[in-house]
Ligand binder design. Structure first.
Ligand code: ACO
Length: 326
């Protein structure tokens, strides 16, 4: 039997109902004596709005909605899925995993289900893993979801982080087939640099112990992100024997418009070939890449046959890229 390839056959996404503009956020933060402005947020990050989940809406709710949309787009039944991976660092509970909760809601009984925690690189990690599992023949139809409710781990008194993030979910169906979909992928981490982006708190004896909020050295993250996005892009392109100019779309983790612009420039790609959603969604961590892929597929930019480079980078420190043909 020949080794199967793995191909994306459907995408989906979900956003909370409430879109919060910079102007609205600035007003809400002013009420807490936290001073910021639309001008600062747009100039430094490119973010104009983000979606924030209402109390009672969990990561699993957004994950399920995105998953159902991706399954419908692929035209496959939930009970035919044999692998569910959720990339998240904001699960609603310690365990069962978000993936197990989604699997139960979908009725994908028996499918392997687990979460991947690689912060903002989580979805790219999940896609690399699922590709490997499909290629070795142990699974044939995978549902991969990035889902986050970061608004719960933000310190709303820290203006250097709370303006940057949003909530949401994106999903893809990845299936075994006879033609190449995923062309190359690589995952990386440098745990020694973990301290530049952390949520250090934990559960202990019935309470949160340590700092339960996201903390970031923005400048250090910015510099490292631009460096590793370039090296990682070049690595997977070399594996597929392709040059940057042969990519139709670059879809990097949506953290900051200036990071996106700097990495496209380093690869010699014009800005028109980069999918940007950070302006509308903010940074949705592990959800950002599948959300951006789904947006670009729904609006007709991403089409069958095109080559897409997906890139994750984030806490850990982690990074990775997946080059695929739609
Ligand atoms: N509103 C107004 N002023 C602010 C705000 C704000 N929201 N936040 C910070 N400032 C001020 C600072 O206090 C500082 O003032 P000072 O000079 O008087 O001390 C000034 O703005 C400049 O602050 P810097 O931190 O130097 O600003 P910088 O240009 O580095 O931009 C930013 C900050 C946007 C966070 C940038 O460093 C960045 O984008 N880093 C990468 C962050 C990122 O993308 N993180 C996520 C990637 S990984 C992941 O997704 C988990």
């Amino acid at each position: 039997m020949t080794t199967p390839f793995a191909r994306v056959t459907g995408t989906g996404s979900a956003l909370p109902e409430r879109a919060v503009s910079n102007a609205e956020l600035v007003r809400e933060l002013a009420a807490r004596n936290v001073e910021t402005s639309d001008e600062w947020i747009v100039a430094r990050t490119g973010i104009r709005q983000r979606y924030l989940a209402a109390e009672g809406v969990g990561t699993v709710d957004l994950a399920e909605r995105a998953a159902r949309a991706a399954l419908a787009a692929a035209g496959v039944a939930p009970d035919s899925v044999d692998l569910v991976i959720v990339a998240t660092s904001t699960p609603d509970q310690v365990f069962p995993s978000t993936a197990c909760s989604v699997q139960a809601r979908l009725g994908a009984v028996g499918a392997a289900a687990f979460d991947v925690q690689a912060a903002c690189s989580g979805f790219v990690y999940a896609l690399s893993l699922a590709d490997a599992l499909i290629r070795v023949g142990s699974h044939r139809r995978a549902l991969l979801i990035g889902a986050e409710v970061y608004s719960r781990i933000l310190d709303w008194n820290d203006r250097s982080t709370c303006v940057l993030f949003g909530d949401g979910a994106g999903a893809v169906v990845l299936e075994a087939g006879s033609t190449p979909g995923i062309l190359a992928s690589r995952m990386h981490a440098d745990g020694a640099r973990g301290s530049i982006l952390t949520v250090a708190g934990r559960l202990n004896q019935g309470a949160a112990a340590g700092d339960p909020f996201l903390r970031m050295d923005g400048k250090a993250v910015f510099k490292l992100a631009v460096d590793v996005l370039e090296s990682s892009a070049r690595e997977v392109l070399a594996l597929a024997d392709l040059g940057p100019e042969q990519i139709d779309w670059l879809i990097p983790h949506q953290a900051n418009i200036r990071i996106l612009a700097a990495s496209a420039k380093r690869l010699g790609l014009p800005p028109e070939r980069v999918v940007v959603t950070v302006d509308r969604h903010g940074n949705t961590s592990a959800a950002s890449v599948p959300l951006a892929l789904d947006v670009a597929r729904a609006d007709g930019r991403v089409r069958p046959g095109q080559r897409i480079l997906l890139q994750g980078v984030g806490g850990g420190f982690t990074w990775g890229s997946v080059l695929l043909r739609m």
